[in-house]
Design a protein around this ligand. Structure first.
Ligand SMILES: Nc1ncnc2c1ncn2[C@@H]1O[C@H](COP(=O)(O)OP(=O)(O)OP(=O)(O)O)[C@@H](O)[C@H]1O
Length: 305
């Protein structure tokens, strides 16, 4: 009692594993719930950096909330544990896969609403002086009615309006299919990086497919540097225009999160969502990936560990 228990594995990253954890209280029938990212202490530098970044990002509804960090000894191994809020809907990647299997189809309005949430998260991250550098469906978590940016392990501090430039070709930081051309040609990493990745993620929500065809790393690098990403043909003109604004090749001309929040694609979705919210309670259209006992939905405020 009064101790965190790791119940099962939710997923894995390059640093280690992610667990579903609960803390029962002797004095209460309620349990606290968290996702715990764990790493052998000797390999925990990226998780420790993520903890620092998440501390600066607290308070935004579209960024995964950080509860705290703690050390433990798991099976005799000193372990670093990073506690974040648990996403009952899994990742956006899982949902896109499910939608491809025909389990649910996202409408354009829903994609607009979820893109708004991602933009809201990106705006917060950028205002705090960070570039996420790895926005992709696998790094977006799904909560009831909400998407949240997660996995800040590759984020860069760029301050206000500044960019990080390695100057070296092919030195992009994030995941290749979501990386913008300037990161490959000049190692240029600015806030515009995340906007290109958002475009790739939005198009994937629309179609269930990545904007680039599957090919070798070398071919993909060449295509990103020399060709335009595939804009789906069977979507509305305003959705296409939104994607064009995300895929402007010049990072200085690419639209910012502030500008995109005013785009008709987002405004139209927001308007419709608020009307439907007035008439009914929105349910999570994605459903829940893992069946969770009812008691686990009830969480108490986190106490420092
Ligand atoms: N807060 C959370 N709630 C529920 N599931 C989570 C949570 N965080 C992570 N997961 C699950 O664990 C998986 C791996 O998490 P994480 O984002 O840390 O690693 P990754 O992005 O796959 O790997 P890497 O960090 O090495 O790029 C996710 O894809 C997701 O399924």
């Amino acid at each position: 009692m009064d101790q965190w228990m790791k119940l099962f594995v939710l997923g894995a990253g390059s640093y280690g594993q992610v667990y579903y954890a609960v803390k029962f209280h002797s004095s209460s029938i309620f349990a606290e719930v968290a996702a715990v990212k764990c790493s052998d202490i000797s390999r925990s530098s990226s998780l420790k950096l993520e903890a620092q970044i998440l501390t600066t990002l607290k308070g935004c509804p579209n960024v995964v909330q950080f509860f705290g960090a703690a050390l433990s000894v798991d099976n005799g191994i000193p372990t670093y544990n990073l506690f974040v809020e648990y996403a009952c809907g899994g990742s956006l990647h899982d949902l896109i896969i499910n939608s491809k299997k025909g389990m649910m189809k996202m409408s354009e309005l829903e994609v607009g609403f979820y893109t708004y949430q991602l933009l809201n998260g990106i705006l917060h991250v950028h205002k705090k002086g960070w570039v996420h550098c790895d926005i992709k469906p696998a790094n977006v978590l799904v909560f009831d009615n909400e998407l949240k940016l997660a996995d800040f392990g590759l984020s860069l501090r760029v301050g206000d309006g500044m960019a990080y430039m390695t100057g070296r070709a092919l030195s992009n930081r994030g995941t290749l299919p979501y990386a913008p051309p300037e990161s490959l040609t000049h190692g240029f990493h600015s806030k515009a990086y995340d906007i290109w990745s958002l475009g790739c993620t939005m198009a994937e929500m629309m179609t269930g497919h990545r904007v680039w065809i599957d090919c070798s790393t070398k071919d993909l690098q060449w295509m990103i540097m020399n060709e335009d990403p595939m804009i789906p043909t069977n979507i509305s003109e305003i959705a296409k225009d939104f994607l064009h604004k995300c895929f402007i090749r010049d990072p200085l001309g690419r639209w910012t999160s502030e500008q995109l929040l005013q785009h008709p694609f987002i405004q139209q979705a927001l308007c419709t969502a608020s009307m439907s919210l007035m008439s009914e309670t929105r349910v999570n259209p994605f459903g829940c990936r893992i069946p969770i006992p009812e008691k686990d939905f009830i969480s108490l405020p986190f106490e420092a560990v």
